[in-house]
Ligand binder design. Structure first.
Ligand SMILES: Cc1ncc(COP(=O)(O)O)c(C=O)c1O
Length: 390
């Protein structure tokens, strides 16, 4: 079946954050929203139908995560990521951000050092700093238009004592798909310096054509025993409103410690019935839809990069391998970050994510969400052109 990603689905007044919730952030109400990471595409019918079917039963009482729920996760990891996991390794979490905060709480204490690679998905900072842990940064470097890891800096910081390292694999916002070699180096350094590694792989399924995701924990048994993986169907299948994700912990001791906090102390084991139904349907029946989505997203990214390169060469992009979030550098205009931000909002009427929220290296950068029909992107590029062409 051919899916229609060109369809424009009005989202205003649906209670959605992207369209109905930006005014308080951007101070304007007439913007084209290309910010928060969800997609303007319909959630696949296989998922919507599974939810409809569940609604045929008139009682929505307490429920248990079914065998089908676990089997669908196991099947997806094997099929899409060549990662053989066991049912016992899977811990439900009502979202990855909740899971990250819980991981920090479970495995570190006040003032412990937690390392992240900036610029990075900003809730990583909150998970660390809002719990009075010390944030340590290993800034990414740019070489020949691609973000790279500064390994000497990383080793020096791990050596000084870091309890946990949180990586974004693939990386939001810079769009790198870390190679098995890079991930093995990270994993081995974490083992060497006794740093617990948390690998947030929520964007793992969203590879641009030509790139292949590597699961960090799949690189060696030793790395697996020291790595906790965060996965979810929420980005892949546009289900973020269902708050359903999986934390995968092969090591029994680590798992027990996490479950003690997550399930026994905080009672977060349950989730919601529709999230489970949706996850199972997506992971079991969603592959054909995903393949077409990946073609569409890859085209959107190519179109946008080509447009900027030919029409607005002062706006630079980077080597982009994964996620539908394009990281864009406006420093070529010689304007301050605030001036650029105001121009985008007040003149171009575009709501991109402000790069500064992602920490060091984010100034004069913006993140554009390209998970939308091509016509939306064309409109955004035309708006950019009319304001930034000179
Ligand atoms: C790297 C990363 N982790 C986590 C999340 C959010 O996860 P959740 O909605 O499951 O809390 C996002 C959303 O954009 C993300 O980019």
């Amino acid at each position: 079946m051919k899916y229609d990603f060109d369809e424009i689905i009005p989202r205003h007044n649906s209670g959605c954050l992207k369209y109905d919730g930006y005014e308080s952030i951007y101070g304007a109400s007439d913007l084209l929203p290309m910010w928060v990471a969800d997609m303007d595409f319909r959630t696949p019918d296989v998922v919507l139908n599974a939810i409809r079917n569940r609604l045929e039963h008139p009682i929505l009482g307490y429920f248990e995560h079914s065998d089908g729920f676990y089997e669908s996760i196991i099947g997806w990891m094997a099929k899409r990521h060549h990662w053989e996991i066991q049912k016992e390794w899977i811990v439900f979490s009502p979202g990855i951000v909740t899971g990250l905060s819980a991981l920090v709480a479970a495995f570190t204490s006040e003032n412990d050092r937690v390392l992240v690679q900036t610029p990075v998905y900003h809730p990583f900072f909150y998970a660390v700093q809002n719990q009075n842990r010390t944030l340590v940064e290993n800034p990414l470097m740019v070489e020949n238009g691609a973000y790279e890891i500064d390994f000497p800096d990383l080793e020096q910081k791990l050596k000084a004592g870091v309890k946990m390292m949180i990586i974004s694999n693939p990386h939001n916002p810079v769009g790198r798909c870390w190679t098995p070699e890079e991930l093995t180096k990270i994993g081995d350094l974490c083992l060497k310096y006794k740093t617990l590694l948390v690998s947030d792989e929520i964007h793992a399924d969203l590879m641009m054509r030509g790139s292949q995701h590597a699961v960090t924990a799949n690189l060696s048994p030793e790395i697996a025993a020291n790595t906790i993986t965060c996965m979810s169907p929420s980005k892949t299948f546009n289900l973020a409103g269902l708050s359903t994700s999986e934390i995968i912990i092969p090591d029994l001791t680590l798992r027990k410690q996490f479950v003690q906090l997550m399930n026994k102390k905080w009672h977060l084991a349950a989730g919601n019935i529709f999230g489970d139904v949706a996850l199972e349907a997506a992971y079991t029946l969603g592959e054909e839809w995903l393949e077409q989505l990946l073609d569409y997203l890859t085209n959107n990214v190519h179109y946008c990069k080509d447009f900027l390169k030919t029409k607005l060469p002062k706006i630079a992009t980077y080597h982009h391998e994964a996620t539908y979030l394009l990281w864009v550098d406006f420093s070529g205009y010689g304007l301050s970050h605030d001036e650029l931000s105001q121009k985008l909002i007040r003149e171009a009427k575009l709501a991109f994510n402000d790069g500064a929220i992602f920490g060091a290296g984010g100034k004069q950068h913006f993140r554009i969400n390209l998970a939308c029909p091509k016509t939306t992107i064309t409109e955004a590029m035309n708006r950019l052109y009319s304001i930034f062409k000179s």
